[in-house]
Design a protein around this ligand. Structure first.
Ligand code: FAD
Ligand code: SIN
Length: 528
């Protein structure tokens, strides 16, 4: 369906404010961009909820970087390339690995405190890393430490203004130039923020899936609005499913960090049997897609609803101290880590794809930059290496901010009008549609895909789009679900096109990697 804007508006009739640089999103990527840009210009950072709301604050395991004395950026690069299963952009990976250690040091300089023993930083090993190189904070509370440190630095910087509760509905553009953003306040009223450049850092899209570890804000707004504006999106078929999320009726799909397996946690089936060694030589520390598929297979074979994480042997070795957040949550749901097996299932966790960028965050639209989970720098290829995402936000967020500040140009006020034929919502239950969509995407475009399943999902989504995108909604939830609908359709389209299995994308009808045909990215872009 052709769609440029989600709402009708006449720019000349809207309240307007001019800003040097506009950053959309207050996670690790957006705040890193803002701090880097503030050296050159004034910055406004907007986020649709509270500043801390997002995947960054929920991050557990840590940040990977070649900091240990026995490590090197080349080894980190090679592990990242191996995890990406042939599809990483090598130049982007080199930037990440080379600049990673410096970016973490800078964060420490801003006051972030990582766990230490005898004064020295402690490193953990996670899946597919050849050595322990993951720094963490208060055990499993790395994300909140990162977020708070960056927010403190932003609060101390008089050139940065933070505007919470401000939802970006669409990017304003003329031709292939981005001129700013159309935003809505908490009461739904619209206004225009015209900017010399926009950095899109709106995070992930996990909420498109029924089962997800992601924060409620992760509805893929950024890539969906960038697509409407004419930017290219890439690698959308590559979604990472995390194998170990708590599976209890009524409980959130709370992540049980991979670091738990890194410290010796094992996975068992309903009969109590440890099965990962049958599936991969690295057993529980095999790549996430392999562990997730093994879980699905084992759950099916044992005719059960979940598998189990066994951390009982870790409690005598300080599980409660190493993972206080996870331990507290288990207790909240009546589970004792020293006695009980923890019911787990995989869930959608991370989007490798997003708005396609170059090494400086530039997108296909002039004046629009992207970074963090909403972007596709090519650094993750078909599968992200654990704990590389916070690092990507730090490194590429700063790069995008720096470059956006240097290249910004405020254009004269354009005469923009959006006149879509929108029908009033009538009796339209947005939450009902949202539930159906998330269920469909989980069942048909989840861990195990096939041509038939994807076609069915694509057709059903097209049908829903035909009426749901015509409704004019005037609130955050309505726009979010419309964004989810657009992105779900693009995920199915990309997954259908890729007739092979690679990284996070697994096709039952094409179970092997096919380098002859598919050693390339799938890029989607709206036809004008
Ligand atoms: P986010 O931190 O999600 O921030 C997105 C921002 O965009 C928010 O401020 C939100 O309000 C704003 N936003 C969204 N849409 C709009 C809109 N329309 N208008 C205005 N604002 C908007 N990675 C690691 O490297 N290590 C880990 O240990 C780790 N653990 C994780 C644990 C969990 C449970 C999850 C879910 C992810 C984890 N990840 C981890 C992944 C990592 O946390 C994320 O990929 C990363 O934090 C994303 O950062 P971001 O800045 O791109 O987005
Ligand atoms: C985890 O702690 O398992 C999540 C780490 C990540 O997603 O990189």
């Amino acid at each position: 369906m052709k769609i440029d804007y989600l709402v009708n508006f006449r720019l000349s009739a809207l309240p307007e404010e001019k800003v040097d640089l506009l950053v959309l999103g207050s996670g690790v990527a957006g705040l890193s961009a803002a701090l880097a840009a503030a050296a050159r210009c004034r910055v406004a950072v907007i986020c649709k909820g509270d500043p801390e709301e997002g995947n960054t604050a929920d991050a557990q395991g840590g940040i990977a970087a070649a900091l240990p004395a026995d490590d090197s950026w080349r080894d980190h690069r090679d592990d990242t390339l191996a995890a990406g299963d042939g599809l990483c952009d090598r130049a982007a990976v080199e930037v990440l690995a080379r600049e990673g250690a410096g970016a973490v040091q800078k964060l420490i300089g801003l006051g972030a405190e990582f766990d230490r023993r005898g004064g020295r930083i402690v490193f953990t090993r996670e899946a597919a890393h050849r050595r322990a190189r993951v720094v963490h904070a208060r055990g499993d509370a790395t994300g909140i430490e990162v977020e708070k440190s960056l927010l403190r630095a932003v609060a101390d910087n008089s050139r940065i203004r933070l505007l919470p509760g401000t939802m970006t509905v669409d990017l304003l553009r003329r031709g292939d130039c981005c001129l700013g953003a159309l935003v809505a306040e908490r009461d739904g009223s619209l206004r225009a923020l015209r900017a010399g450049a926009v950095v899109l850092a709106t995070g992930g899209l996990g909420q498109i899936y029924r089962e997800t570890t992601n924060s409620g804000v992760a509805t893929g707004d950024g890539p969906a609005m960038a697509w409407r504006a004419g930017a290219a999106l890439a690698d959308l078929e590559f979604v990472q499913f995390h194998p170990t999320t708590l599976y209890l009726a009524g409980a959130p799909r709370f992540l049980i960090s991979e670091a738990v397996r890194g410290e010796g946690g094992v996975i068992r089936d309903a009969a109590g049997r440890r099965f990962m060694p049958d599936y991969h030589k690295d057993a529980e520390l095999a790549p996430r897609d392999i562990v997730s598929r093994a879980l699905v297979d084992r759950i099916r074979r044992t005719n059960s609803s979940c598998a189990y994480l066994d951390v009982r042997s870790l409690t005598s070795r300080g599980f409660q101290r190493r993972f206080p957040k996870i331990n507290a949550l288990l207790r909240q749901y009546g589970l004792d880590a020293g006695r009980d097996l923890v019911p787990i299932r995989p869930a959608a966790h991370y989007a490798m794809g997003g708005v396609k960028t170059d090494l400086w965050g530039r997108t296909g639209l002039k004046g629009l930059f992207a970074c963090g989970e909403a972007a596709c720098t090519g650094v993750h290829g078909a599968n992200r290496l654990a704990s590389n995402s916070l690092l990507e936000g730090l490194v590429f967020g700063a790069r995008a901010g720096r470059r956006a500040a240097a290249e910004r140009r405020l254009s004269s006020r354009p005469a923009l009008v959006s006149r879509r034929r929108l029908s009033p919502p009538g009796r339209f239950d947005i939450e009902d549609l949202c539930r159906s969509l998330r269920s469909l995407v989980w069942m048909k475009a989840g861990i195990e895909r096939s041509g038939d399943r994807l076609k069915e999902a694509r057709e059903r989504i097209r049908f829903w789009q035909n009426y749901a995108l015509r409704f004019e909604t005037a609130d955050r939830r309505g726009w979010e679900v419309q964004n989810m609908l657009i992105l779900a359709g693009l995920i199915c389209r990309s997954a259908l096109a890729r007739t092979e299995s690679r990284g996070g994308h697994y096709r039952l009808d094409h179970p092997h990697r096919d380098d002859r045909r598919w050693l390339r990215q799938i890029v989607v872009k709206k036809t004008r």
